[in-house]
Design a binder for this molecule. Structure first.
Ligand code: ADP
Length: 261
């Protein structure tokens, strides 16, 4: 709490009382902490590949350049870290674009068919799906449609499907189901993967939050995918929820308003 006390005077400058203002600054402090944590996370995530790049460049400069094989090997590693930096920066830019467009209510709403959005997303994840021999089952009425920003919705579906593929075993099944429930459209992504322990669920949609950092990095993750999904859902006036059981699998569900007035 923030406490402010101001004396109140009458016209003869005699003290007649006081004004006590007590304001609840919990939310403000929470926002300040979140901003500080976010800046620290960004610095950390960017510093890791940068340190590696610097190390390899220095080694090349101090002699390794003379060895062609060694040079090729180091350059390949540098290239990998540069790509990682580019992915992190691209994800961060996307996140801030969605936040800004949401604030000025500038997402491009248009009538689109959910089946088309999901087909596109499945196509964009086709390589990963084929690589692991995963079976994707899609259940969505051809007539199901709504007013959404199709590109953003595709992005949310790609992020959820990509995660389902990344964190599922080979030859497993991913079920995608879209349906109307009351006044909302629900799009569910259900996998038979490793699942997520209960204690992680409340923080899962925070930027850079990962259950297993090393595993996520190895799979090319930035820890920003679900934060992007959450913002896309919110920009549409919707939300995202998750249910999960360790070793059994996870179900992520997008809840979107069925019709806008
Ligand atoms: P990442 O780039 O690490 O995948 P996300 O924001 O997309 O970042 O996801 C955050 C974390 O949530 C992941 O690191 C992973 O630990 C967990 N996660 C997300 N989706 C799934 C899933 N379908 N099954 C198991 N764990 C998941």
């Amino acid at each position: 709490f923030n406490v402010q006390c101001t004396p109140l005077m009458d016209s003869q400058k005699q003290r007649m009382g006081g004004l006590l203002v007590i304001s609840d600054v919990t939310q403000l402090r929470r926002l300040e902490n979140m901003r500080r944590d976010f800046a620290a996370s960004v610095s950390h995530e960017i510093k890791t590949p940068l340190t590696a790049i610097k190390g390899f460049v220095e080694t090349l400069c101090t002699g390794a350049l003379d060895d062609r094989e060694e040079t090729r090997r180091f350059l390949t590693i540098i290239d990998k870290h540069v790509n990682r930096l580019a992915t992190i920066i691209e994800d961060l830019m996307q996140l801030s674009r969605i936040e800004r467009d949401d604030e000025i209510q500038q997402i491009g709403l248009e009538r689109c068919r959910i089946a088309d959005v999901l087909d596109t997303a499945i196509g964009l994840c086709a390589d990963g799906i084929a690589e692991k021999g995963i079976h994707v089952q899609l259940s969505c009425a051809a007539s199901l449609s709504g007013c959404f920003d199709a590109t953003l919705l595709e992005q949310a579906a790609v992020n959820l499907l990509d995660n389902a593929v990344k964190y599922s075993p080979e030859k497993s099944t991913i079920r995608i189901e879209a349906l109307t429930v009351g006044d909302e459209i629900r799009i569910q992504f259900k996998d038979e993967g490793m699942g997520i322990a209960k204690k992680h669920l409340p923080r899962l949609f925070e930027r850079f939050y990962r259950v297993d950092k090393a595993r996520s990095r190895k799979l090319g993750g930035t820890g920003l995918g679900l934060a992007i999904v959450k913002h896309i859902a919110q920009a549409h006036g919707g939300s995202i929820t998750v249910e999960s059981e360790l070793e059994k699998g996870s179900t992520f569900c997008l809840h979107l308003p069925a019709e806008r007035i």
